[in-house]
Design a protein around this ligand. Structure first.
Ligand code: AMP
Length: 290
């Protein structure tokens, strides 16, 4: 319950399951906030939203090797469990689940969840196996914690679509709640990976939210040609020193590209790109106000 100054930590699935059983016996609700730790204000916004909607909040911290590709940053991903625990304590989080890789994937682990459809595009194309790793760990976490509600950030917009389809397609009965992206004052979306950026790279990275803002401003002033906006965003990213992976303007549900935005319609601009050796993603809603 929020407001208390303790957070009970579990590294074992059995320990977590036992306390979940106790909570269920009391007829109380559980909200899960899955994270990879190195917590920042984006994560904390999810925790606060979760606290308002459920009797008990479980935060999981697990750097999931299954969702990192060969040559990606699994080994150097920032880890700060003690500092994370202090932040969660200050927010009155009830339970922290931070299993080891061995605890999650030890033994004769051999089953994964392969999401189709929306998982196959954009991040799924650039990071083969990424969403398989995400879907598998989310399914495992849901089975261990048995949450009523699970909280995900819009920062990872495609991930939300993948998780919502996972829950619907496999009849998991968990309500997926989404929380808007938290940004630094200058517009950069908060991310654990921002820690990799040098001060100069961080300045370059601001081209990403700027390109998104420019697209939004263009739509606000009547531009309906999304192919043109994608080209403009790519050009501005390149000229600022960001190496774009993709810019896409897509239907918010199917994640299929939208060429022309109809009056009154809504789309999502998705951006992925590298600044030095750091890969960043961001996105925002575009609304063609009639
Ligand atoms: P991560 O630890 O990066 O896997 O993120 C864990 C959860 O926090 C995911 O649901 C993310 O979408 C969410 N998240 C990460 N960054 C932000 C942000 N800047 N604003 C809101 N949610 C975020």
């Amino acid at each position: 319950m929020v407001g208390e100054t303790r957070v009970e930590s579990f590294a074992s699935k059995a320990g977590m399951r036992a306390v979940v059983a106790d909570v269920k016996r009391l007829g109380k609700t559980i909200a899960l906030v899955p994270t990879m730790g190195s917590l920042h204000e984006g994560h904390l916004a999810l925790v606060k939203a979760a606290s308002e909607r459920a009797d008990f909040v479980v935060v999981s911290i697990f750097v999931n090797p299954l969702q990192f590709g060969q040559g990606e940053d699994f080994d150097r991903y920032p880890r700060s469990l003690e500092a994370d625990r202090d932040q969660l304590r200050a927010l009155g989080v009830d339970f922290l689940f931070s299993p080891s890789v061995e605890e999650m994937y030890g033994g004769r682990f051999q089953t994964t969840v392969v999401p189709g459809g929306v998982a196959e595009r954009w991040e799924g194309e650039r990071r083969p196996g990424h969403f398989e790793g995400v879907a598998t760990v989310v399914m495992k976490l849901f089975n261990i914690v048995r949450p009523d509600l699970a909280f995900f950030g819009e920062k990872d917009f495609q991930q939300i679509a993948v998780v919502k389809n996972l829950v619907a397609d496999l009849d998991m009965g968990v309500k997926v709640v989404t929380v808007p992206t938290v940004r630094d004052a200058d517009g950069l979306a908060k991310s654990s990976r921002n820690a990799y950026l040098t001060p100069e790279e961080r300045r370059v990275a601001l081209a990403i939210p700027r390109a998104i803002d420019a697209a939004r401003a263009a739509v606000d002033s009547g531009e309906r040609d999304m192919l043109e906006l994608v080209e403009r965003a790519l050009t501005s990213l390149r000229s600022s020193g960001v190496d774009p992976d993709y810019v896409a303007i897509v239907d918010p549900v199917s994640l299929e590209p939208v060429d022309t935005l109809a009056e009154g319609a809504t789309a999502r601009i998705l951006v992925a790109g590298a600044v030095g050796t750091t890969r960043l993603i961001d996105n925002a809603e575009l609304v063609a106000h009639a």
